[in-house]
Design a protein around this ligand. Structure first.
Ligand code: ZN
Length: 453
């Protein structure tokens, strides 16, 4: 596998992603690069497979080397005249493909081969990795990565330059990256071009020089609750709610559209043209929903990181609550959105620590931030209620606001990271809690046979 790149002191790695707006001709050129990467990947997997078979039947030459990126790339350069031939026209098509796209395919196959080898020997953790599979158009992610050659963000801030394709317009302004490059504060290491749904993105991996920063209020400690109905609630330990970040308005609209699209698909015959059309529409909507939320989450976390000295978040949205399988339609969808939102918030807050010099605290996963009364500390099982009254002190609480206050208090709460005695929580290797059956706090599903949509 490629050695890990060492980031120099004072610099950090960052990705900048721009949606591309290629003309139909350029789209063709990019699609050919995706295909070229796949071709080289499959060829390299075939080489590895043949090597193993030769070994098993005793035909391998004694000095046969195991698959390596450099070795295979050299062999590819000799083989490509024979491999890249159009069956109908007899035309040799490899000159249309960037050699970097081919190299990326070979690198991918070699990495996958060695991951398989290591997994076989038990040298890497996690699930067993299988032998690399051949990639097929439609089943494989359309993408390629280049690390040398043409990869520029142009001074007009409206286009990027890529190998073979040349200048490609971007959908949005590239100012945020172009400015850093002009100032000498950023260096492009690699570009990945990738199709997501119906759109194509150029993702620049960039080395950015960062001046040490300090949050505006270094003493401030805040808790952030990432919610279902609201995107996030920010509160301080003294009980003040500092910020309520509502879900982007576009989201409700898109969720409605999604519901309609899913219903439309269910009326169509699987495999039919109209079914596929509905599928494309659903893919597009999912993408759109994810984009809207990601944008809101990026802005929220940057603001938090620049302002406060300490930010506390939950480890899992399900902490102290149940994760349920088989929630009815809309609710299960929102549940999943909230979980995904929390994961995104946490990931962003983590890496932004190095940029802005604040501290991120992740509360223990058994800390029942939403169940503790922030007035009298009594713990109550509140289920899904959005608002509730404390049976101890009769205080009226908004679920998310109360949870955010408790999270802000977490660092000083002396909470011990121990699970409740006799809890039904299974500890798994990944440290995550899987879906568990409902335990009665949720209102019974009036229509159980319908299940989750
Ligand atoms: Zn109370």
């Amino acid at each position: 596998m490629a050695p890990r790149f060492a980031v120099p002191e004072g610099w950090s790695l960052q990705a900048f992603s721009f949606a591309l707006d290629p003309s139909p001709e350029l789209l063709q050129v990019l699609a050919r690069q995706f295909g070229g990467r796949r071709k080289a990947f499959n060829w390299a997997v075939r080489q590895a497979k043949d090597g193993i078979e030769a070994y098993h039947v005793g035909l391998a030459e004694p000095d046969a080397a195991p698959p390596s990126f450099y070795g295979l790339r050299q062999r590819w350069n000799q083989a490509k005249d024979g491999e890249c031939v159009d069956h109908e026209t007899g035309e040799v098509w490899w000159p249309e493909i960037s050699k970097e796209a081919f190299a990326d395919g070979i690198r991918g196959a070699v990495d996958a081969y060695w991951r398989w080898q290591k997994s076989r020997k038990g040298a890497i953790e996690g699930r067993r990795v299988g032998f690399p599979r051949f990639k097929r158009k439609g089943r494989d992610d359309d993408r390629f990565t280049i690390t040398t050659g043409t990869m520029r963000v142009n001074p007009d801030r409206r286009s990027v330059s890529l190998p073979k394709a040349g200048t490609v317009r971007t959908c949005e302004n590239t100012r945020r990256l172009e400015r850093l490059i002009t100032l000498g504060r950023a260096r492009i290491l690699a570009v990945t071009v990738r199709r997501r749904g119906t759109r194509i993105f150029a993702i620049f991996r960039v080395l950015v020089s960062r001046r040490p920063a300090a949050p505006a209020q270094p003493e401030s400690v805040v808790g952030v609750d990432v919610g279902v109905r609201r995107l996030a609630t920010v509160a301080a330990a003294d009980g003040t709610v500092l910020q309520v970040a509502n879900n982007p308005r576009a989201l409700d609209h898109e969720l409605g559209e999604l519901r309609r699209a899913c219903r439309a698909r269910s009326r169509r015959k699987p495999g039919s043209i109209r079914y596929k059309e509905a599928n494309r529409q659903i893919t597009r909507l999912h993408r759109r929903i994810a984009d809207v939320r990601t944008d809101a989450i990026s802005k929220l976390t940057t603001a938090l990181a620049k302002t406060h000295g300490t930010v506390v978040v939950e480890t899992l949205n399900a902490a102290g609550m149940l994760r349920q399988k088989g929630l009815p339609g809309a609710r299960s969808r929102r549940r999943r959105l909230a979980d995904a939102g929390l994961a995104q918030v946490r990931a962003r807050l983590r890496y932004k620590q190095a940029w802005y010099g604040y501290r991120l605290v992740e509360a223990d996963r058994f800390y029942p931030s939403s169940q503790i009364c922030s007035k009298c500390d009594m713990q109550t099982a509140i289920g899904w209620a959005e608002e509730w009254d404390c049976p101890g002190c009769a205080a009226h609480h908004h679920r998310d606001e109360n949870a955010a206050v408790n999270l802000a208090r977490y660092p000083d709460s002396g909470w011990q990271a121990v699970g409740p005695v006799g809890s039904r929580v299974k500890r798994r290797a990944g440290g995550k809690t899987g879906p568990r059956p409902a335990r009665g706090v949720e209102a019974p599903n009036p229509n159980p046979e319908r299940g989750a949509a």
